[in-house]
Ligand binder design. Structure first.
Ligand SMILES: C=C(O[C@H]1C=CC=C(C(=O)O)[C@@H]1O)C(=O)O
Length: 439
C-alpha cells in the first residue's frame, strides 16, 4: 500500500486551450502513452507518478483501496469538473482470479482529456514545490512528449501458434461442446492465442492510431503493453449512471460477400444459436448489476453492430446506481468484481465455466478478456473488455494476440476457429501482417 512517507498528491485540471476539437489519438506521443479513446472522446496519460499491482481474487479490492487512499488525500484544483478531470488512473486487470499475471493501476503525470468537443489537461505531481499552473502543466507535457520513445516501421516476420494451438483449439471446442451437452454448463467461451514476431520493437502508438482509424466504433486502449480496440464496454460510470455494451453472437463480414450484407445480418439476428449466446451474456450482466441499481434498462431485442471485420449481436444496458448504506453510490472499481467476467468472455454458470475454461485452454489468459480502462477520483470511469488486441511480449519485438468464441451446445469447432481468425484480423491489419490464407 502507500508508503507513509510518500508526499501528498497535488492535482490541477484546467481546460486545454489548444486541443478542444481534435482526435485524441493525434496527441499520442510514444509507445507508452496510456490510451482510452473513441469517437473523439477519451483520455491520454503521459509519464507515470505512481503504480500499484495485485494478483488473485482480491485484485480489484486491493487496487480500489490503493486508489482511494492515494486520491482521497489529494490537494485538488479542478477547474473542469467533469468525469475524467481531477486525478485519474489507468488500469488493466487479469481475466482470472487464478492468474499469475499482475493487475495494475497506473497514475500518469499528465492527462489530456477530451469530451464532447472540449479538452482539458490534468497535472498530477507529488512535488510540494511545483507551481500548479496551466503553463507549468503544458511545459511538463512537452517535456514528457520529448522524452517519449516511439517505434515505427517494424514488419511482422512470423506468425506462430501460442499456448493454445489451432489443433488444440479445435479439440477444446469439441470437448467444450461435450461438457455442455453433458449438462455441466450452458455456455463457455474458449480462446486461443497467436504470437506475431516483428523485426523491430512493436510500434504500439502506430498500431493504436491504425486501429482507431479503422475501428471507429471501438474503444482504442493502450495500457502498459496491452493494446487493442474493443467493441465491448464492460461498464461505464458517469455521475451515478452505469452503462454497458454487451456483445455476444458473431458473424464474419465475409459472409456478406456471398449473401449480401442485408441477408447476412438478418440471418445473424434470427439465428437461435447466436441469440442464445447473446442472451446468456445479457443475463449475466443484468443479474450481477441488478442488486446495485435502479431503473435498469435492457432492450428486449439486440441490435446488429457492424464492425469492419465482423457483425455482433449487441445490447446497450443502462441503470442508475443505487446508494449503499453510507449514502454513496459504488465507484467503478467496486463494480468491476461484480460484473466481471460476464458470459461474453466466461460462461454460464460463471464459476463452473471458469473452471472448465482453465482446464480446456490449459494456459493463463493473462490480461486478455479482463477489464481495461480508467477511473477518476469520484469513481467515474470506463472499463472495456480487453478483446481484439494483444500484449507486447517481454522481448518487445513480439505481440501475443488472443481471440475467443462463445460455445453452446450447437457449436462447431471449425466455425469457431474461423471466428477467432476474424476476431484477430484487426490486429493483423494494424500491424501490417499478411492475413492467414484460408481464414
Ligand atoms: C471473446 C471474444 O468476443 C466475445 C465478444 C463478442 C462476441 C463473442 C462471440 O460471439 O463469441 C464473444 O463472446 C473475443 O473477441 O475474443
Amino acid at each position: 500500500m502507500i508508503d507513509a512517507s510518500a508526499r501528498t498528491l497535488r492535482v490541477l485540471s484546467l481546460p486545454h486551450p489548444l486541443a478542444a476539437t481534435e482526435d485524441p489519438l493525434e496527441h499520442l506521443a510514444g509507445d507508452a502513452t496510456l490510451t482510452w479513446a473513441r469517437h473523439g472522446n477519451g483520455l491520454l496519460g503521459f509519464g507515470e507518478i505512481a503504480r500499484s499491482s495485485a494478483t488473485g481474487p482480491e485484485r480489484f479490492v486491493l487496487l480500489s483501496a490503493w486508489r482511494s487512499e492515494l486520491f482521497a488525500g489529494a490537494e485538488l484544483h479542478d477547474g473542469v469538473g467533469t468525469p475524467g478531470s481531477g486525478p485519474v488512473a489507468f488500469g488493466s486487470f487479469a481475466f482470472s482470479k487464478t492468474s499469475s499475471q499482475v493487475s495494475t493501476l497506473i497514475v500518469p503525470e499528465i492527462v489530456l482529456g477530451f469530451r464532447d468537443g472540449t479538452a482539458w489537461i490534468t497535472w498530477m505531481t507529488r512535488d510540494p514545490q511545483a507551481e500548479l499552473t496551466l503553463d507549468g502543466a503544458l511545459v511538463r507535457l512537452e517535456a514528457l512528449r520529448e522524452e517519449a520513445h516511439e517505434s515505427h516501421g517494424a514488419r511482422v516476420t512470423a506468425v506462430d501458434d501460442g499456448g493454445v494451438s489451432v489443433e488444440a483449439y479445435r479439440a477444446a471446442v469439441a470437448a467444450g461442446v461435450e461438457r455442455i451437452r453433458g449438462g455441466e454448463v450452458e455456455k463457455i467461451v474458449l480462446s486461443r492465442d497467436a504470437v506475431l514476431s516483428l523485426d523491430a520493437p512493436v510500434p504500439v502508438a502506430d498500431t493504436l492510431r491504425e486501429l482507431s482509424v479503422r475501428y471507429v466504433d471501438c474503444w482504442t486502449y493502450g495500457v502498459d503493453g496491452l493494446l487493442g480496440a474493443t467493441p465491448e464496454m464492460l461498464i461505464q460510470v458517469m455521475n451515478g449512471t452505469a452503462r454497458a455494451r454487451v456483445l455476444a453472437g458473431t458473424l464474419d463480414r465475409r459472409a456478406g460477400l456471398e449473401a449480401g450484407d442485408a441477408a447476412a445480418t438478418a440471418e445473424l439476428a434470427a439465428d437461435p444459436k447466436q441469440r442464445q449466446e447473446h442472451q446468456y451474456a445479457i443475463d449475466s450482466l443484468t443479474a450481477a448489476l441488478g442488486p446495485l441499481v435502479t431503473g435498469l434498462e435492457a432492450p428486449s431485442e439486440p441490435f446488429v453492430l457492424q464492425l469492419p471485420n465482423v457483425w455482433h449481436l449487441a445490447s446497450d444496458v443502462r441503470a442508475k446506481l443505487a446508494p449503499t448504506a453510507d449514502g454513496a453510490t459504488p465507484g467503478i472499481l467496486e463494480l468491476l468484481p461484480v460484473v466481471h467476467p460476464t458470459a461474453a468472455v466466461c460462461g454460464t454458470p460463471r464459476e463452473r465455466a471458469g473452471e472448465i475454461i482453465r482446464e480446456l485452454e490449459g494456459v493463463d489468459r493473462g490480461l486478455y478478456a479482463g477489464p481495461v480502462g480508467w477511473v477518476d477520483g469520484a469513481g467515474n470511469g470506463e472499463f472495456g473488455i480487453a478483446l481484439r488486441g494483444g500484449i507486447v511480449e517481454p522481448s518487445g519485438t513480439a505481440v501475443r494476440l488472443w481471440a475467443g468464441c462463445g460455445i453452446v451446445a450447437d457449436s462447431e469447432p471449425e466455425a469457431e476457429l474461423a471466428e477467432t481468425f476474424a476476431k484477430m484480423r484487426p490486429m493483423f491489419q494494424a500491424l501490417g501482417a499478411p492475413l492467414p490464407a484460408v481464414h
